[in-house]
Write a protein that binds this ligand. Structure first.
Ligand code: SAH
Length: 346
């Protein structure tokens, strides 16, 4: 029986250097191969032209390169592109390219499916199958960067972890992917241009603060009243707002980074003055920004976007309390690429 080959990109540079020493070669061979894998994006060992044939065969005996494959690419009439990405084991995730006048943003997935149960989100209907590996997250970014250069004549400028899955429930791999994305050996992007969006896992928010991460944090709040939040995001029962708030205070004390809240206003759910009052009270402890996101219907019509008077009330009350607020329009709705719509319809 053939022993299972290892994913070579699961190895650190040190491990790769050690591997070559063990094989009787020299450590710097590890650097060369590492460069092929990460900066040069080699899909096969064959591609590694400055490595001898024997060494390439030897690598093939031990390892595989589990590259993602963009199965289908859909283009929206607003320029948004959605990739259905096939992983080495046949599972599919989605990632999205979102162009605006000044930037191109990649929205990437961190898990296949999701273990959370946000009732307004299409991804929650797929059960969590597995976490993505660091290289699978990295590859999604590289694919979007390539598409950005090809279709929009400029490189990718920003990344948001707002695709499928809960990034803080795959924290180690997300962190490793971001290390690669930001390192000169990878894409050399600034961590300030990366946002990790979480539904709010208090323990992991504290861990991020302890790890002194340099990327930005966004929290999908949607309600600052426990009973309401639990009714739309049932895991809030286990991670109540008081715990979330305590973790965010810890985050702010350590990082001094402003916190962004994502927030959808729904008719008859959170469109009253008391909802805004609670939000203002919740985010007062640190400089905050509230992104009011447009709701993207996901089928049964149980949730409906609130009317514009409700949105206006949010904006004026937040502004009166010196909380930055933006109203964000969705992109790519015609191809089911907007927030909460990623669910592998293909
Ligand atoms: N699990 C992470 C990241 C994925 S969701 C998180 O919860 O933050 C990315 C954003 O889309 C979140 O703010 C989420 O609340 C929002 N979202 C989910 N479904 C939506 C929908 N149908 N319409 C608009 N936004 C939605």
């Amino acid at each position: 029986m053939e022993t299972k080959k290892k994913d070579i990109r699961a190895l650190t540079k040190e491990q790769l250097r050690d591997f070559f020493i063990k094989e009787g070669d020299q450590a710097f061979r590890g650097n060369q191969v590492y460069e092929w894998l990460w900066s040069k994006g080699a899909h096969t060992f064959e591609d590694m032209t400055n490595i001898s044939k024997e060494t390439r065969y030897m690598l093939e005996d031990h390892f595989v390169i589990n590259h993602i494959h963009v199965d289908t690419m859909q283009k929206s009439n607003d320029g948004t592109i959605k990739n259905a990405v096939r992983l080495h084991d046949g599972l599919i995730v989605e990632s999205v390219l979102i162009p605006t006048k000044s930037r191109t943003t990649a929205c990437v997935s961190s898990q296949v499916g999701c273990s959370l149960d946000c009732r307004f989100c299409a991804t929650s209907r797929l059960k969590r199958m597995r976490n993505l590996n660091p290289d699978e997250i990295f590859d999604q970014v590289v694919a979007i960067d390539r598409e950005s250069r090809l279709y929009h004549d400029r490189p990718l400028s920003n990344i948001v972890f707002m695709g499928m899955g809960e990034p803080l429930m795959n924290y180690n791999n997300v962190l490793k992917a971001i290390d690669k994305i930001t390192s000169d050996e990878g894409l050399g992007m600034s961590p300030k241009r990366i946002v990790v969006s979480t539904s709010g896992v208090p323990k992991m928010i504290k861990k991020m603060a302890d790890d002194e991460v340099k990327f930005k944090l966004a929290v999908s709040l949607h309600s600052a009243i426990d009973a309401v939040r639990t009714s739309i995001m049932p895991f809030n029962e286990n991670f109540p707002l008081a715990d979330l708030r305590e973790a965010l205070e810890y985050w702010y004390a350590k990082t001094k980074n402003r916190i962004t809240y994502e927030y959808v206003v729904w008719k008859d759910i959170n469109d009253k003055k008391k909802d805004v009052d609670a939000l203002i009270a919740f985010c007062k402890f640190a400089p905050s920004k509230v992104n009011l996101i447009e709701y993207n219907p996901i089928d049964d019509g149980e949730f409906q976007q609130a009317n514009s008077q409700a949105i206006d009330m949010y904006v004026s009350m937040l502004e009166a309390n010196h909380i930055t607020v933006t109203v964000r329009r969705s992109r790519g709705k015609d191809i089911d690429a907007a927030c909460g719509q990623l669910a592998n319809k293909s």
